[in-house]
Design a protein around this ligand. Sequence first.
Ligand SMILES: NC(=O)c1ccc[n+]([C@@H]2O[C@H](COP(=O)([O-])OP(=O)(O)OC[C@H]3O[C@@H](n4cnc5c(N)ncnc54)[C@H](OP(=O)(O)O)[C@@H]3O)[C@@H](O)[C@H]2O)c1
Length: 305
Amino acid sequence: MTSRRTFLAAAAVAATAAALRPLPAFALTPVAGPALLRRAIPSTGERIPVIGMGTSGSFEADAAGREPLKEVLRRFVAGGASVIDTSPNYSNAEDVLGDLMAELGLRDQIWLATKLAADDRAAGEAQFADSLRRLRTDRFELLAVHNLRDWKTQLAYARELKAQGKVKYVGLTHFRDDQHEALADIVAAEKPDFVQINYSVSAPNAARRVLPVARDTGTAVMINRAFDDGRLFARVAGKALPGWAAEAGVTSWAQMFLKFAISHEAVTVVIPATGKPDRQSDNLRGGTGSLLSAAQQAELVAMFA
Ligand SMILES: NC(=O)c1ccc[n+]([C@@H]2O[C@H](COP(=O)([O-])OP(=O)(O)OC[C@H]3O[C@@H](n4cnc5c(N)ncnc54)[C@H](OP(=O)(O)O)[C@@H]3O)[C@@H](O)[C@H]2O)c1
């Protein structure tokens, strides 16, 4: 039985350990409001928030450009989100993200995805070691083969790292419609944990084959380019939201575009990229409230065809 003395000693040790643990530089008070929706990753059942974030462009920042990114990250985590996608070939994005996660004490709250973008096994190994160093971590939640580059060798390597416990999930990515058939064939044959693909109101082609194949093979789906790399915002300048937007809790076009993506049953998470804090808050709202009906999704596709 634990004596009072042993208990008090243990409590003192625990209190000291808690006091010594590095605190996040920001107070990460959860934001009040509707909770972010979550979806299960089919291969494990782990549930992740439907809104994540990308880092292409937005985290390729110089010293001055890092400042707003701290608030972008703070709002992301305080809003209940966790999934961040990066890649070794987004210039210095891995370094910036790694530095800011360390500075803010956030690594354990981030579900971190990076990629292999290499042409042979030796280059993949060197790149993976570099990504660990640049992102200041000893593991990744997801390691995906970038744009199907050298995919057989790199997927096999990613699977070895998964077996070693250095990555939790493996995947494959692309961002162009002309690669959807090839990607769908590989997903059907290889059944990776994740596939990442472009899908938006103006580029809905993934719904023809990649998304159904992912659903049928139990592959989680991460959506890139939900804003068509920002081009969609020029198309809606001065344009009113559909009359039914409020029913779905949508108050901006950004939320509408993200809600379109997550309203497909096969989609697990969408990763919009922004370097602006207010846009981060806007994007997070897109993952709350009710989803769009099939008729509402079809209306949006027709509007942007
Ligand atoms: N092959 C691949 O694996 C692959 C390919 C493409 C993308 N990706 C991943 O997917 C992520 C997303 O794709 P993406 O970055 O190409 O494009 P995106 O998310 O479709 O669009 C990003 C653009 O939208 C703007 N934006 C973001 N939120 C906004 C808002 N609420 N209101 C108005 N404008 C807003 C951003 O500008 P500001 O920054 O100025 O806000 C930026 O110009 C990438 O960052 C990357 O992580 C992967």
